[in-house]
Design a protein around this ligand. Structure first.
Ligand SMILES: Cc1cc2nc3c(=O)[nH]c(=O)nc-3n(C[C@H](O)[C@H](O)[C@H](O)COP(=O)(O)OP(=O)(O)OC[C@H]3O[C@@H](n4cnc5c(N)ncnc54)[C@H](O)[C@@H]3O)c2cc1C
Length: 311
């Protein structure tokens, strides 16, 4: 975007919230990698988001909805147009319960682990397998996050989705196509709110399952280091981490990006890594797995943004 376009936005768009310009995305991703976004907007409420969305659409400015930035690799050139942050959309409300189920309305900027903890405290079942998954509810729905056989799609009833002109539409979960770590939610659609349905159980039982899953995660994954979780999807019936390990890639390094020695499907930023090196390492690792086993690994993380022209 040109400086003039950015100035026009500031003067033309009635916006409530915080807006930054040329904001480094490395500040907003778990990998701590990524060049600047032209605009970084944190709308305060749905009405303000709607006005901004409409303005951006009419002026042909691209949008990128951001959750916790825990499943994306932003390229070194940053992101074109406006990144929209859902930080102000953090609510968990009870919609009531019956003998079997509890119904919740959740803002999509809610930190997923806050929702998981809330459910555990209430004795609501269905989210315990998501223990330890970072990011927000919106990001989890977009990528159908899950582990230990649990997936967020299994508790989803509906989402409120904002389309290109700022209009809001309720979409039932059955009308969204979910797959392994994916959904057909469009990159330009913004999830505002989700309704979920959880089973009712004994608090101690939900808690025991949660603790057990979290313990396994802590033992097997370098969750305290800068990563974006699993880099590649598991091929049908196989573990990508195991294939990468058996292809001899553990500990491989390009620049400051290293294949974790704890879990080979996690690539770690050990210092000042850049996206170019991360992508090079992905190619190198995928090539070795292909040569060793004839299997092509498919990325699980989403690579977004523009190349850095200066590199
Ligand atoms: C240590 C670690 C462990 C992990 N373990 C797991 C795991 O066990 N299982 C698993 O599935 N994942 C795992 N992940 C990956 C990641 O945490 C999940 O995919 C998470 O659900 C991503 O959520 P996010 O809010 O960070 O999304 P982001 O990374 O911010 O975004 C992901 C996608 O969702 C879109 N998006 C985000 N919010 C919205 C919104 N409100 N409206 C529309 N689109 C939106 C973005 O545009 C982007 O396309 C792990 C990551 C880390 C770092």
């Amino acid at each position: 975007m040109t400086g003039q376009q950015i100035r026009d936005i500031v003067t033309d768009c009635v916006f409530e919230g915080d807006m930054k310009f040329r904001e480094p995305m490395s500040r907003h991703t778990s990998l701590k990698i990524g060049g600047p976004s032209d605009i970084f907007a944190i709308p305060e409420n749905v009405a303000s988001l709607g006005r901004l969305r409409d303005y951006l659409q009419k002026n042909d400015i691209a949008v990128f909805p951001l959750g916790g930035g825990t499943n994306i690799l932003v390229k070194d050139g940053g992101i074109d147009g406006a990144v929209i942050c859902f930080r102000s959309f953090r609510t968990i409300e009870s919609l009531g319960q019956d003998d079997e189920y509890a119904y919740l309305s959740v803002g999509t900027g809610t930190v997923l682990q806050r929702l998981v903890m809330y459910s555990m405290e209430q004795g609501y079942a269905g989210l315990e397998g998501l223990a330890g998954i970072p990011g927000t509810v919106g990001g989890a729905i977009c990528g159908n996050a899950g582990s230990f056989g649990y997936e967020i799609k299994d508790v989803l009833v509906s989402v409120d989705l904002m389309g290109a002109e700022g209009q809001i539409q309720k979409v039932c979960a059955e009308d969204i196509r979910f797959g392994y770590r994916k959904s057909d939610i469009l990159p330009t659609d913004m999830l505002i709110r989700a309704e979920i349905k959880l089973g009712r159980d004994k608090r101690a039982d939900v808690s025991a399952r949660f603790e057990n899953f979290l313990r396994v995660k802590r033992e097997k994954q370098p969750i305290w280091e800068s990563s974006a979780g699993c880099v590649f999807k598991n091929p049908e019936g196989l573990s990508a981490g195991k294939l990468i390990d058996e292809a001899g890639c553990k500990g491989m390094r390009i620049g400051d990006v290293v294949v974790s020695t704890i879990h080979a499907n996690f690539f770690i930023n050990t210092g000042k890594a850049c996206a170019v090196d991360f992508i090079r390492l992905m190619h190198e690792v995928a090539g070795r797995v292909r040569n060793a086993f004839g299997i092509t690994l498919e990325p699980e993380i989403k690579i977004v943004g523009r190349e850095n022209g200066n590199r």
